[in-house]
Structure formats: C-alpha cells, structure tokens
Design a protein around this ligand. Structure first.
Ligand code: TXA
Ligand code: MG
Length: 345
C-alpha cells in the first residue's frame, strides 16, 4: 500500500515542475510545493483558500539544508534539531535572503522542520537528489492538506475528499501516527529572548526544556502585537462544520440524554463509556491517553461531521500538561464550528 519508487519519482517531477503533491507526515498530511518557487507556493494558497499572509512550513530532508532557509541560527536551534529531527517540531527562525516572501507570508521569519514519516523523507531526499527545485533550495512548503480553517487530514482519502482534483498526486502513507500538527517554537527573537511556544504538539515544553534548559514561554499570538501570524493560532481553527460543544465528563450523559430527548441528534466523542440508557445518534470512544487520543481525534471528528448529526458533543479532557495539545485543538474546534443553536442545549 505504501508508495513505490515510481510514485516518488512522479511526485518529484511534479514538485520540480511547480505542481502540488500531497504527502503523509507523521503529524498530518501536507500539501506540498517547491518552497523556493513563488508560483508553486501560490498554488498551495489557492487550493487551500488560505489568506496570503499566513506563512508556510518548509520541510527539509535534514538539518544540513537549514542554512539555505535561515540566517543567524542560534545554538539552541541546532540543539533542538539534533534532539527532535526528524520529528514533529517546527522551528521559527530568521529567514535567509533567498526565501520568497510568498512562502513566509511576507514575514522576516521562516518555519522549518524535518518530518519523520518514511514516505515524506523518501520524497524529500529524492527531491534533493533531483535538484531540489528553484535554486537547488531543496525545501518543500507544506501546510496541512485541508481547506483553510478545517480539520487536518490524517489519511490520504481525507485529502482526496477535501481537495479532490486540485491536487494531481496524493501519496498514500497510511494513517498518521501523531495525528495532530507539529509543535511550533519561535527562536527568531534573538538569543536574549526566551523561546516561545506558538503551537503545542506531541513534543512538549518539558521535553524541549530537557534539551535546552529553558522552558519555552506560551505565546498568545492573537493578542500580542509583535507575534508572528500563525493560522493555527486563530481562535476558530481545525473546525468541523457541525457545531461542536465541550462538556465536562460528569455532565456528559445527562447533557446528551437531554439533547436527544429534545430531538437533537448528538454525535458523541468520549473517553469513558456512556451509560446503556443513553443512546446518541453516533458515538466514537477514543483512547484515554493523550497520544492515542490525538492520533484518533481528527478522523473521529471528520466522520462525525459526516454523520448528519445536529451537533458534536465532546467529553472534555483533563487539564494537565500531557493533554495540552489536545485541549488546544478541541478549544479551537469548538470555537470554529458553527456555534448557532448551541446555547439552548
Ligand atoms: O505538522 C505540521 O506542522 C503540518 C505537517 C504537514 O508538517 N503542517 C502544518 O502546516 O500544520 P500549517 O500551515 O497547516 O500550519 C503551520 C503553522 C501555521 O499556523 C503557520 O501560521 C505557522 O505554522 N507558521 C509558519 N511559518 C511561520 C512563521 N514564520 N512564523 C510564525 N508562524 C509560522
Ligand atoms: Mg493547518
């Protein structure tokens, strides 16, 4: 089922020609294009319906290509790259002069990461060997392969469903093991400023602190003036089209029961079993550990979004550091889903 060499070759040829290729990473599927080619990058924005001022993450085959994309790279960045690449960590650094402004959304910084999925690495290595696109820069810009503001895809078929014919090739690498987007750490503010966590993910602040000796500060980019724009930081993001509501575990059964009695079709995402007497319209029971939960979450939300439910009710998760990345995605999903009609239930 994994792509064969011929598929990788075709993907490389498409990237070299400035076309789009969707590919699996360990986090979510990415919508890739030559990050050094402004015309190719424009195709990403058009396919996603993404505003032009939202920067893209550049994917590299290894940290060896980093200096083509970034300048003034602080020692902390090399330490983090060494510890976590290939893997689900994106570093925000000052951008090198050759980087097109289309890729950075007009900012003076650049997001970079080396993904850990074997298909992504095979693609990036073959791409580098084949010349690596415009200027031999060897970077593939890839946002999550979904329409702007919607749920990130964790399977190849999600990409096909959502983007259809606009993507000439979707490499199928099976289900993504991490399931939510990479951790983003901003190291672009100079060595006197502490690193900032722009998006929580599988790599936790504590793991980062264990490597560099400093805990990254949690940023609130939507409210602070000097913070770079992060589309994943908009309050409404990663959203299904069905209204989504978070409910405390102790209230879950009663809330669902009352809504069903009132004729509202509830699709439920829970971690603990619902009592027999409560029968929701649809149900997904997810693992009760944060990693397993993250891996399964987007698929469950996508399926329930298609279940003709009136609303999705999610059993809230614990307020502990290990659940922070999941909490972040659930809060944004709740804010982004159409929330009309929720207050009466
Ligand atoms: O796990 C991931 O990171 C996935 C896979 C495909 O690698 N990619 C991903 O890309 O989530 P995207 O574009 O959906 O989200 C990337 C986030 C966006 O919120 C973007 O604004 C932010 O990274 N970002 C990229 N470059 C940035 C920069 N220079 N400064 C601040 N934020 C940046
Ligand atoms: Mg995204």
């Amino acid at each position: 089922m994994l792509p064969e060499q011929a598929d990788i070759d075709r993907a490389v040829a498409l990237l070299q020609a400035g076309e789009l290729v969707a590919f699996p990473t360990e986090t979510v599927y990415g919508l890739g294009a030559d990050a050094a080619n402004p015309h190719a990058v424009a195709r990403i924005f058009a396919a996603k319906g993404r505003p032009a001022d939202h920067p893209l993450i550049v994917h590299l085959a290894g940290a060896g290509c980093l200096e083509r994309w970034a300048r003034d790279i602080p020692p902390l960045a090399w330490e983090l790259a060494e510890a976590f690449w290939p893997g689900p960590l994106t570093l925000i650094l000052r951008r090198a002069a050759a980087v097109p402004t289309a890729t950075t959304g007009g900012q003076d910084t650049i997001g970079v990461r080396v993904p850990a999925h074997p298909v992504a690495l095979a693609l990036l290595r073959a791409y580098a060997e084949a010349g690596g696109g415009v200027g031999g820069m060897c970077g593939v810009a890839a946002p999550s392969a979904n329409r702007f503001g919607r749920i990130s895809p964790t399977e190849a078929r999600h990409v096909r469903e959502e983007l259809g014919e606009t993507v000439p090739l979707v490499l199928d690498g099976g289900r993504c093991l991490v399931g939510i987007e990479s951790t983003i750490v901003d190291l672009s503010r100079g060595e006197t400023q502490p690193p900032r966590l722009l998006r929580p993910g599988r790599v936790t602040p504590e793991q980062i602190a264990a490597v560099i000796g400093v805990l990254p500060q949690t940023a609130t980019p939507a409210t602070s003036d000097d913070a770079p724009r992060v589309s994943g930081s908009l309050a409404a993001h990663y959203a299904p089209t069905t209204p989504l509501r978070l409910v405390a575990p102790a209230q879950l059964a009663d809330v669902v029961d009352a809504l069903q009695q009132a004729g509202r079709r509830c699709a439920v995402v829970c971690r603990s079993p619902l009592p027999q007497a409560v029968s929701p319209h649809a149900l997904r029971k997810l693992p009760d550990d944060p990693r397993g939960y993250a891996r399964a979450l987007y698929r469950a939300l996508r399926e329930l979004d298609h279940s003709a439910a009136d609303l999705i009710v999610v059993e809230d998760v614990p307020v502990t550091p290990s659940w922070a990345a999941v909490t972040d995605r659930l809060r944004r999903s709740a804010a982004g889903a159409q929330t009309t009609g929720l207050r009466d239930g």
